[in-house]
Design a protein around this ligand. Structure first.
Ligand code: H79
Length: 445
């Protein structure tokens, strides 16, 4: 080997080593201090607004309409022409989330149709290039979220029904026989991940200020594929170390992930049929659910959850040491329908009184059960009585001595009987419309 070549080879080897050191494999992922702080803040926040909004909203038939109606892409590609949300008001959306007592917003930057709801230079399949609206609503929302002091997360679908490089296609494209929607039968999977997806993620983590994190969905479409997760996760953590990676892959957490999330289920339950029942005790938890039955706007869905049902969902999430991410699907004109807004405002009013027993807490010392749940902050335990119809509440043994007990709303002092066998407390009947009776216990040091 010539001297020159040797020198070149050495330089190359050193550069490769340095590169490897500067982008550590996520299998040895050690979260940055700001990431650990963000996890704590995330757990304190407890309640977020999930927003599904895209060109599919025009059809008022949910975000899966392309798949469910087995549309051809050249037909679906007409949709952006009709997407002109002249009533979109970022200030109003953020203000509604705040009025609901929500501390963060997670919005679809793109769903499974691959359509970017932001100004992307990676492809023209995006809102600025293809719609008469021509503007970037995520930018407006990010600016407004920063102004009003609420965190913004981006949902990003790894599954893509539009890009030909999402190939081989996954289980959703094979459902009920072939649904080819007009894409060629070949594509460059590595380019899809490394250039297209990571390119868009770079845009999202560069052009919108500090972002709460990325909420991934769709990996379950190709569970056995190599998703280059190490590369993608390292990229995100490099661009914004505090940004949390929240993957909705329905599996146990993998290295590099910061939150475990559960779809339409509390942690550990699998009533939806696709969640894992494994719950980590290492990461913050989140449970997402819909305010009616749909994610994206569905004009025929009037199965609205009542205010009381939403409150109970939130309380049970908190008692399971989890956040609740509650979804609404805004209309294609940019308005949030009143059936959503009025319920959210009512929950916010309720949180004005009960929030102290939810925000900033962690799951309490008694396992969640049918009667209710417990939350805890320091030496204070909150008993959330959701379903108990007797004048005395009987609980299992408590790990620490209870010094005092009172009812949260009226402050009434309560007599506690504590022994090795358990704890008994008096309980007033629930008032009309009262979802949650909260008793506050002060524990000995
Ligand atoms: O964005 C919302 C939904 O559009 C998306 N996730 C939420 C947050 C979502 N996609 N799919 N689902 C929810 C449920 C999907 C279930 C199925 Fe399957 C997909 C049934 C058959 C294909 C994945 C693969 C689960 C079971 C097999």
């Amino acid at each position: 080997m010539s001297r020159k070549l040797l020198a070149k080879t050495l330089v190359g080897a050193v550069a490769a080593t340095l590169f490897a050191l500067s982008t550590p494999a996520q299998s040895t992922y050690a979260p940055a201090p700001e990431n650990l702080k963000a996890r704590q803040d995330f757990q304190d926040d407890k309640f977020g607004m999930f927003i599904h909004w895209g060109v599919y909203s025009v059809l008022g038939n949910g975000e899966w309409v392309l798949h469910n109606r087995k549309l051809q892409l050249h037909d679906y590609e007409r949709l952006p022409n009709f997407f002109d949300p002249e009533k979109f008001d970022a200030q109003a959306w953020v203000a509604l989330a705040k009025a609901a007592g929500m501390k963060y917003i997670t919005i679809t930057s793109r769903h499974h149709d691959g359509f970017a709801m932001f100004d992307s230079k990676i492809s023209d399949w995006n809102i600025v290039a293809r719609t008469p609206y021509k503007k970037d609503p995520l930018k407006m929302l990010a600016d407004e979220a920063h102004r009003q002091g609420i965190k913004l997360f981006f949902y990003y679908s790894q599954l893509d029904w539009h890009n030909p490089d999402y190939y081989p296609r996954g289980r959703t494209a094979l459902d009920d026989g072939p649904w080819h929607n007009g894409r060629p039968d070949h594509g460059d999977w590595n380019a899809y991940l490394d250039t297209y997806m990571n390119g868009q993620l770079t845009e999202l983590l560069t052009n919108y200020g500090p972002i709460g994190g990325i909420w991934f969905d769709g990996m379950w479409d190709k569970p056995d594929a190599d998703w280059h997760l190490d590369k993608t996760y390292a990229l995100i953590h490099k661009l914004q170390p505090a940004a949390l990676i929240i993957p909705n892959h329905h599996q146990a957490p993998k290295p590099g992930e910061d939150v475990q999330t559960f779809e339409r289920d509390l942690p550990g339950r699998n009533t939806a049929g696709f969640n894992t029942t494994f719950v980590t005790d290492q990461l913050p938890l989140e449970s997402c659910n819909t305010l009616n039955g749909s994610w994206g706007f569905d004009i025929g869905d009037d199965k609205y959850k009542s205010v009381e049902e939403i409150e109970e969902l939130l309380v049970r999430a908190a008692g399971n040491n989890s956040n609740l991410l509650l979804n609404i699907g805004p209309q294609p004109n940019g308005e949030i329908q009143d059936e959503f807004a009025s319920r959210l405002r009512a929950v916010g009013e309720w949180l004005g009184k009960y929030g102290v027993s939810i925000y900033g807490t962690r799951g309490g010392p008694i396992a969640p059960s049918d009667w209710g749940v417990t939350t805890q902050k320091g030496d204070t335990v909150y008993l959330h009585v959701l379903n108990w119809h007797a004048p005395l509440l009987a609980l299992p043994p408590f790990p620490r001595k209870i010094l005092a007990a009172r009812e949260l709303i009226h402050g009434t002092k309560l007599q506690v009987a504590q022994s090795n066998d358990g704890v008994v407390l008096p309980l007033l009947p629930a008032e009309k419309g009262q979802t949650d009776r909260v008793l506050v216990l002060t524990l000995a040091k």
